[in-house]
Write a protein that binds this ligand. Structure first.
Ligand code: FAD
Ligand code: MLT
Ligand code: ZN
Length: 471
């Protein structure tokens, strides 16, 4: 095995391979702190050729590889298992923005570029790269593609899959697939890029991407709206679509429990409304510099909502600073819940028409399993996607951990019965690989295993992630 380490050292340069446990510590534990593994080494290649050399060497040695971007994933897919047999391949040094073409509407980047840096590069070219996640200051384009990330702009622009035109991927044996096409139209056989998007590092390492840019939307009209129920929020979505049309950019929900955690744990956060409400919606319209009707459209939405009993109060942002503070109430929930203590995350989608009844049915079921459990419910209601994240009963972190399987099973069974998905946007990772397979048909699992076997016949790319190990 020293041979392999020597080859990896030659591939990436002496300063870019870590083998000391203390040096590797930040790479073997995930953002949630729940997944902590061990690695044989961490390598930090600086180019596609270096990634290819690393994969070729690991392939020859039969050593598993765990690709890692910003390590903000929420399902344990970017960190190694506890065996200590894997090499972690971090894309952190591959941060070059290769090209920006505002007229073609494309930006071409290395996979290790941080999402926020892509947003800034687009803005500097008077364009918009719309993907927006609470983790955008750390997560990478490679990780976004590998998880087919969602976020707060999906309602208008779609998931990551819809934002990518071309990919460059290093295959498990070290060969490079150059699929960096910048074409809107390309019907020349199987869409290979769509296999790699959402593959969670199990089929190869994404090293570059051609992404789509959109017209800039410098104008915003934003409100934090108190709504009586999920049902009212869903009806309000219809009202907002009717008044704002294509300008509706964001429609996010949070329950009072979520807001309380943000107010308790995030410095500077304050409740913009005088009276508490059970539920809130963050609604935002966005448009071009010439779109001067956004404030009026928002006003019309809010007036109609109050008249129809869909909203009880609203705070409208009067300045960019106020807009940021309303967004912080939404974007700060994951962090605040982590500070509160043990969290059991569920990232579910249901048909939007059944979202409200599903959410109200879950509380009593979970209370039976673990009395005092606290559903911190929020997310992308405009996409039918709720983060039904459970906090422990006060002082009961160990009780939550002990009941985790039963709680998650109750939620997933109910989602499956409602024809929903147990992972809307975070992927399956290690946390949900087994559950993911158990809620799919045997035919679907067979097809997924066939794809995996065709691209990674030796099973060395991120084993145990996305699909459970056999046997
Ligand atoms: P990592 O965590 O490093 O890896 C994630 C997966 O991708 C792993 O399986 C890894 O092996 C694989 N991978 C990483 N890079 C590559 C590559 N170059 N080639 C092949 N495989 C690779 N997610 C959402 O979808 N929507 C949200 O709204 C959202 N909000 C979040 C808010 C917070 C505060 C946090 C902490 C996370 C949030 N996430 C959200 C989850 C996470 O940020 C996304 O999944 C993101 O896309 C992961 O990117 P990353 O670079 O950190 O990937
Ligand atoms: C978010 O939308 O804030 C995250 O995807 C939810 C989470 O951290 O569970
Ligand atoms: Zn989310």
């Amino acid at each position: 095995m020293t041979d392999l380490l020597d080859q990896l050292r030659t591939a990436v340069g002496d300063g870019h391979i870590l083998t000391d446990e203390a040096d590797m510590a930040a790479y073997v534990v995930d953002w949630t702190g729940v997944h902590a593994g061990r690695a044989r080494a961490v390598v930090r290649p600086g180019s596609t050729d270096e990634v290819a050399a690393v994969l070729a060497a690991c392939h020859a040695a039969g050593v598993p590889v765990v690709p890692q971007g910003g390590n903000t994933g929420l399902v344990g897919g970017g960190v190694p298992d506890s065996s200590g047999s894997s090499v972690v391949l971090s894309l952190g040094r591959m941060r070059t923005i290769r090209d920006v073409d505002p007229v073609a509407g494309t930006i071409t980047v290395d996979a290790g570029v941080v999402l926020a840096d892509v947003q800034v590069a687009a803005e500097e070219a008077d364009r918009l790269f719309p993907m927006s996640l609470g983790s955008e200051g750390s997560c990478t384009i490679g990780g976004n593609l590998a998880t087919n990330a969602g976020g707060t702009a999906v309602l208008r622009y779609g998931m990551t899959r819809e934002l990518v035109l071309g990919l460059e991927v290093v295959l498990p044996d070290g060969r490079v697939w150059d699929g960096m096409r910048a074409l809107r139209k390309d019907n020349t056989g199987y869409s290979l890029k769509d296999l790699f998007v959402g593959s969670e590092g199990t089929l190869g390492v994404i090293t570059g991407a051609v992404l789509r840019l959109f017209p800039a939307t410098p104008r915003h009209a934003t409100a934090w709206v108190a709504v009586p129920s999920v049902e009212a929020a869903v009806s309000l979505l219809g009202t907002a679509q009717q008044h704002a049309g294509a300008h509706l950019a964001t429609f996010e929900i949070a329950n009072r429990q979520a807001l309380d955690l943000v107010l308790a744990h995030l410095p500077g956060a304050s409740d913009p409304l005088a009276e508490p409400s059970d539920w809130y919606v963050l609604v935002e319209l966005a448009g071009a510099a010439s779109d001067d009707g956004l404030d009026d459209a928002l006003e019309a939405i809010l007036t109609s909502a109050v008249d129809d009993g869909l909203a009880t109060d609203a705070a409208v942002a009067g300045s960019p600073a106020q807009r940021s503070s309303l967004w912080a109430l939404r974007e700060g929930i994951s962090e605040a819940q982590k500070v509160e203590g043990a969290t059991l995350k569920h990232d579910v989608t249901l048909p939007i028409a059944s979202l409200a009844s599903w959410a109200s049915s879950m509380g009593p079921i979970l209370e039976e399993v673990l009395p005092g459990v606290r559903p911190v419910t929020y997310g992308h209601v405009g996409d039918g996607n709720l983060h039904y994240n459970l906090s422990a009963p006060v002082g009961g972190d160990d009780d939550l951990r002990a009941a985790a399987h039963d709680l998650s099973t109750a939620i997933y069974d109910s989602v499956a019965a409602g024809h929903g998905s147990i992972s809307a946007e975070h992927g399956l990772g290690r946390t949900k690989a087994a559950a993911g397979a158990s809620y799919k048909s045997a035919v679907e699992v067979d097809l997924m295993r066939a794809v995996k076997a065709a691209l990674d016949p030796r099973g060395l790319m991120n084993p145990g992630v996305l699909l459970p190990r056999l046997g």
